[in-house]
Ligand binder design. Structure first.
Ligand SMILES: *Cc1c(COP(=O)(O)O)cnc(C)c1O
Length: 382
């Protein structure tokens, strides 16, 4: 298995013909419980919060495509993050990236701080800041790379050396890159987190999350939290992500190609001030992106020369192919206003401090024809 190339692994990961019929596609085991022969005598399935065959096939696939040993699926990306933080105890400290996904920031500050877990936010793009924030209480380092929405890159391998020395776990939110572009476990991370809602599902039709890890004890602890807290995805949703994964590589290839075209178009546009995309050679951490990522994807943000909310709103309401919506990673192109949509839960001064300005516009470049996407942006930006 391990010698196979990614495209082959993606198609075949976790896919065994159904033992009872030979069905090539994993059936949707829509059941809450399993009949036992005698108390405790069963086929390894007792109750569907703990085990479900459709979920198991997906979890196997998740592990394979991230080069990990174990996968766990959750009812959302945020539920997966929630499980990781529940590994901790009151008094423990987490070092986290300062410009990560707004929902992660909200979960940390509004839910977990009151349980006595301390979060220290640093600019992780300079790993010295991470090293400087380590204390005897540091139990977890949480990074996102590329970040949402500023496309900042953090050196996963360098941070993993710091986490190892501190005896802390390193968890990487790999949602933006997807396993097609980046495999954090290979670079020293302990846990990979995904919002499977995005590129893994790929069709904007499901909410789901995932954790992938190598360590057996970590898997046991996280599995315990998955079944004890109960944020499990239903079998239909597992089927959808399993099916989405089968085309991850072909979709990502096109996202990358279209992303390249759109990013270069925006950069040359006279009304555009700045384009945030990690494939530009002058991106601050381009040399790291080049090493840890296979290509640069279809996510990007930009600001207009006129950085007012009004100018941004004009563009946001003028695109015809790019739909104005939260989320990302689907086959269709989306346009988003982080300040009022995905990142509205971050206080304004906090947002501005990290560079997430009122006028910033985020794009999830889909897999339509790149020329049509450029035409759409051209008419919208003017
Ligand atoms: C969407 C997203 C999440 C949260 O995932 P949900 O599936 O919406 O719960 C976490 N991190 C990143 C980078 C995201 O884009």
């Amino acid at each position: 298995m391990s010698t196979q190339k990614l495209a082959t692994k993606i198609i075949h990961a976790g896919a065994e013909p159904d033992p009872s019929t030979g069905a090539i596609m994993t059936p949707i085991y829509q059941t809450s419980t399993y009949v036992q022969e005698a108390p405790g005598v069963n086929k390894g399935y007792e109750y569907a919060r703990s085990q479900n065959p459709t979920r198991k096939a997906l979890e196997t696939a998740l592990a394979v495509i991230e080069n990990g040993k174990h996968g766990l699926a959750f009812s959302s990306g945020v539920a997966a993050t929630d499980a990781v933080i529940k590994l901790l105890n009151p008094g423990d400290e987490v070092i986290a990236a300062q410009d990560m996904y707004g929902g992660t920031y909200r979960l940390f500050t509004k839910v977990f701080e009151k349980y006595g877990i301390k979060f220290i936010y640093v600019d992780t793009t300079d790993v010295q800041n991470v090293a400087a924030a380590v204390t005897a209480k540091t139990k977890l380092i949480w990074i996102e790379t590329p970040t949402n929405p500023l496309m900042n890159i953090t050196d996963i391998h360098a941070v993993s050396k710091i986490s190892r020395a501190a005896n802390a776990w390193l968890c990487v939110d790999n949602t933006f890159a997807s396993p097609y572009l980046q495999n954090p476990l290979d670079l020293g991370a302990d846990i990979v987190m995904h919002s499977s809602t995005k590129y893994l599902g790929g069709h904007s039709d499901v909410i789901q999350g995932a954790l992938i890890m190598n360590d057996d004890s970590l898997r046991e602890q996280l599995y315990f939290l998955q079944k004890s807290c109960g944020a499990v995805p239903g079998p239909m949703d597992c089927f959808l992500v399993l099916r989405g994964i089968k085309t991850l590589h072909v979709r990502m290839k096109q996202h990358c190609e279209n992303g390249y075209v759109v990013a270069h178009f925006l950069r040359k546009h006279p009304n555009v001030e700045k384009v945030y995309w990690c494939g530009f050679a002058d991106h601050p951490n381009y040399n790291i992106a080049k090493i840890q990522m296979r290509a640069f994807g279809g996510m990007m943000s930009f600001t207009l020369k006129d950085d007012s909310i009004e100018a941004a709103h004009k563009v946001l309401s003028s695109t015809k192919l790019f739909a104005l919506a939260e989320s990302l990673g689907g086959v269709e192109s989306l346009i988003n206003h982080p300040a009022s949509m995905t990142h509205a839960s971050i206080p304004r001064d906090e947002r501005i401090r990290v560079g997430l300005t009122d006028g910033l516009i985020r794009l999830s470049v889909g897999i339509e024809d790149a020329d049509d996407l450029v035409e759409d942006l051209k008419q919208a930006i003017g």
